[in-house]
Ligand binder design. Structure first.
Ligand code: GLU
Length: 375
């Protein structure tokens, strides 16, 4: 089996902290001692030159406690209100604790659109990059106050994975209320054992993930596996570790039980990283056998090889590339709106100007804007 990587080898690290680690529901307050110890670990990484990004949950948990809202699932407007209230205290706690170790925090609140729409993605990526150049520590959460139930991550596991890929981080640490990934949910199966290294997320691994999480934290193992998929297909290693102890990051370095999800050694280029992780393709292009073979040889997708298009995508959107049998060959950024694409499919690129009345790109999806399954 491939050995687990060493923590000291990573240069840009995203640390995701779950709500149940940070918020003591019984006392209705943040666990400040625990946070102070975690920040010592973060300071050690930062001091040796690593960039650190924090993705912190806890706004809703803290806000609902301050508002004394009843237990159980919250109505959308109540979780939005709870987030508005809790986020202030959460950000203050991070900022104060980081500054006690000479680090400056910068708050970034993201919505699903900020990570999935190209223009906004590029903005968020640039801001994260600038903060890190300035040696600040970005503290990220979902903007739950404006997120609606259909348009939100809802769990910070996947958000953290997208932030990690967006920032081209080489490691994502998910601090959780469990030691790692088990062969079965340990609360249901006493024979379950911890898997130290997952080299690939196979259907078998997915089947082991089980159901949802606790009341306080939204993410169960399922969202962690999804996070692992986003991270590892984009060149980012991920580790799930027990956050319930003091100094959880130091303990990973000391060999505490945890689960590593490894990424193949050749990380894809940043643009491809984003395309692969894009959660919401806006449509599909169906290609013929000749085009499918050409894609595998590293060619761009030409209009001549496209048989049909599906969906109402706009130029620059992500589309799924499928073969005639419906199998996904890859994903890419499409060079035409759906309406124009329909008019040029099956035609030679030299006919595009005549067909559309204006010169356009010769390709439907450029090779550099594409990622193939198995890339
Ligand atoms: N963004 C949510 C919050 O800050 C947490 C989601 C999660 O628990 O993963 O309260």
């Amino acid at each position: 089996m491939t050995p687990a990587p060493t923590l000291a080898s990573f240069r840009r690290i995203v640390v995701k902290v779950g709500s149940s680690l940070l918020v003591d529901r019984a006392k209705g307050a943040l666990k400040r001692d625990w946070l102070a110890a975690l920040i010592e670990d973060i300071a050690a990484l930062h001091k040796r030159g690593a960039d650190v990004i924090v993705v912190s949950s806890g706004a809703i948990a803290l806000g609902r406690t301050l508002l004394a809202l009843p237990k159980g699932p919250l109505k959308l407007e109540d979780s939005q209100a709870a987030a508005a209230i809790g986020q202030i205290g959460l950000a203050r706690a991070w900022s104060e604790t980081l500054s006690a170790h000479g680090m400056v925090a910068g708050q970034i609140l993201l919505t699903l659109g900020d990570t999935e729409e190209r223009r906004r993605y590029l903005n968020a990526r640039a801001t994260l990059g600038r903060l890190m150049t300035l040696r600040a520590v970005p503290v990220v959460n979902e903007n739950d106050t404006v997120a609606t139930s259909e348009i939100r991550y809802g769990d910070n596991d996947r958000l953290a994975a997208r932030v990690a890929t967006m920032a081209s981080a080489d490691l994502l640490i998910l601090l959780s209320d469990i030691e790692g990934f088990y062969t079965a949910p340990p609360q249901d199966d006493p024979a379950a054992t911890l898997i130290p290294v997952v080299e690939r997320i196979t259907p078998q691994i997915e089947a082991m993930a089980g159901g949802a999480g606790s009341e306080l934290s939204r993410g169960g193992m399922r969202t962690k596996i999804e996070a692992g998929r986003i991270a590892t297909t984009s060149g980012t290693h991920m580790v799930i570790a027990d956050g319930r102890v003091a100094h959880p990051i130091r303990r990973i370095a000391e060999g505490a039980p945890c689960t590593w999800f490894l990424t193949p050694s050749n990380p894809v280029a940043a643009r491809k990283i984003w395309i692969t992780g894009s959660l919401e393709p806006k449509g599909a292009v169906i290609v013929d056998a000749g085009a499918a073979a050409a894609l595998k040889r590293g060619k761009s997708l030409l209009p001549a090889g496209v048989r049909a298009v599906e969906g109402r995508f706009a130029r620059g959107d992500c589309v799924v590339i499928r073969d005639g049998a419906g199998a996904e060959l890859g994903r890419g950024l499409v060079a035409y709106d759906a309406a124009d694409a329909v008019r040029i499919i099956g035609r030679r690129s030299s006919d595009i100007e005549r067909l559309l009345g204006a010169p356009g790109r010769a390709v439907m999806v450029h090779r550099d804007d594409m990622t193939l399954a198995g890339d």
